[in-house]
Design a binder for this molecule. Sequence first.
Ligand code: UDP
Length: 240
Amino acid sequence: DHTGQKAGRFMLKLSGEAFSGGGGLGVDPDVVHAIAREIAAVVRDGAEIAVVIGGGNFFRGAELQVRGMDRARSDYMGMLGTVMNCLALQDFLEKEGIDSRVQTAITMGQVAEPYIPLRAVRHLEKGRVVIFGAGMGMPYFSTDTTAAQRALEIDAEALLMGKNGVDGVYDSDPKANPDAVKFDALEYGEVLARNLKVADATAITLCRDNNLPILVFELLAAGNIARAVRGEKIGTLVSD
Ligand code: UDP
């Protein structure tokens, strides 16, 4: 169980795809506002929340590579896409009365602070949401890996992976196979050995080696972020 007496500090990984609101591309402000409301509620209850958002609603480097682009350059495009998601979330958090800071791994002083881990921790202690943008700033990595690394560096107690349209980890794709079975709990090794869709292997390995629990849950179900923070039995918990 990842909850203690106090509300605790959590890393929330948000699916970039969810931000598009089903359109696949771009940002749906209504969806972002709904997510911001949920985050605001848990912050008001005393939880410290750091956020990493994917960029799949703009660009994925691997997909552009298949279309003939240079991988590293398209990965940078992917990273820049995540920053737009960060700014959208920051805007709606502000409208909910919650202070936030965006910190990016690629410096862009007009819109965000640079990634400074100790400052991020200080923001969290003051009740500000910290949103990490531009991934790790390095091609060939994912925002899942970024979320795991940042979670470790700020000493979060769990990585809460909010997914788009699936409520946990299944033994096969539940959209393709109606008999797919959902796991309540999994070990890191099982996720890796069976290549289950939790996050990429780099992210899972990082969590395993540092014993960081991962909760995979449906992001857009109302109240789910609060349930995840409270440690309720939703989704799938990956630990050792
Ligand atoms: N990316 C990267 N390095 C990082 C994080 C992200 O190169 O540290 C790029 C990569 O091209 C990736 C894209 O940014 O495909 C968007 O992130 P991701 O695919 O993780 O988004 P999600 O699928 O979670 O929406």
